[in-house]
Design a protein around this ligand. Structure first.
Ligand code: PRP
Ligand code: URA
Length: 209
């Protein structure tokens, strides 16, 4: 089974405390989601392969390491995942970005697909699938299945807050997918919201409520 990484860096935890508060403005919420995404992607890219090359410093030749081989694709699950993209691209500006549009039917909580646009060579890329919230896990497992149908083999899922139910579902349905989260909360409530969570991430990023 692939690893579950719970990222407990103090900077991440501090920023998470701000976005959890119901008093945080849309502007600050959006900015901090992006900052959290930068910090999380620093950890999620820790195992990117490197190769040794030589450069000339002003003093002498030096053997140095550069990112080798595989290329990255960042795939946000629309809409809330969009809030994490720029923060990741700050660290990996050459990554390609694909989009998968899913919304959760409010009655059944089942994911409904409404959009998909992926890089042509997505099957050859390492995938960082991003969505701030992993609740029932329905959206994430559907998106992963979708990507696997396109031939993607190396998929990591990065969510800011997860519910235990979502973690379990993704790990059961896709045991090969590594998970990166900043917190695993207590539970889901009857409406499928993470408790204590932070509310509706999409609404808080885009100010739609
Ligand atoms: C939210 C969230 C995830 C999904 C998580 O999206 O951003 O995509 O719910 O829930 P799940 O794990 O139970 O599937 P939502 O459906 O509210 O759409 P939005 O991003 O457009 O607001
Ligand atoms: N989607 C959200 O945005 N928040 C939750 O708590 C659950 C699903």
């Amino acid at each position: 089974m692939a690893e579950l990484h719970v990222l407990d860096h103090p900077l991440l935890q501090h920023k998470l405390s701000i976005i959890r508060s119901k008093d945080t403005s849309v502007k600050e919420f959006r900015e901090i989601v992006s900052e959290i995404a930068t910090l999380m992607s620093y950890e999620a890219t820790r195992d990117l392969p490197v190769e040794e090359v030589e450069v000339e410093t002003p003093v002498a030749p030096a053997k140095v390491k550069r990112i080798a081989g595989k290329k990255l694709a960042v795939i946000p699950i629309l809409r809330a995942g969009l809030g994490m993209v720029d923060g990741i691209l700050q660290l990996v500006p050459s990554a390609k970005v694909g989009h998968i549009g899913l919304y959760r039917d409010p009655d059944t909580l089942e994911p409904v697909e409404y959009y998909c646009k992926l890089p042509k060579d997505v099957a050859d890329r390492d995938i960082l699938l991003v969505d701030p919230m992993l609740a029932t896990g329905g959206s994430a497992t559907a998106a992963i299945k979708f990507l696997k149908n396109y031939g993607c083999k190396h998929i990591k899922l990065m969510s800011i807050i997860a519910a235990p139910e979502g973690v379990e579902r993704v790990r059961r349905d896709h045991p090969d997918v590594e998970l990166y989260v900043a917190a695993v909360d207590e539970r889901l409530n009857d409406h499928g919201y993470i408790v204590p969570g932070l509310g509706d991430a999409g609404d808080r990023i885009f100010g739609t409520k």
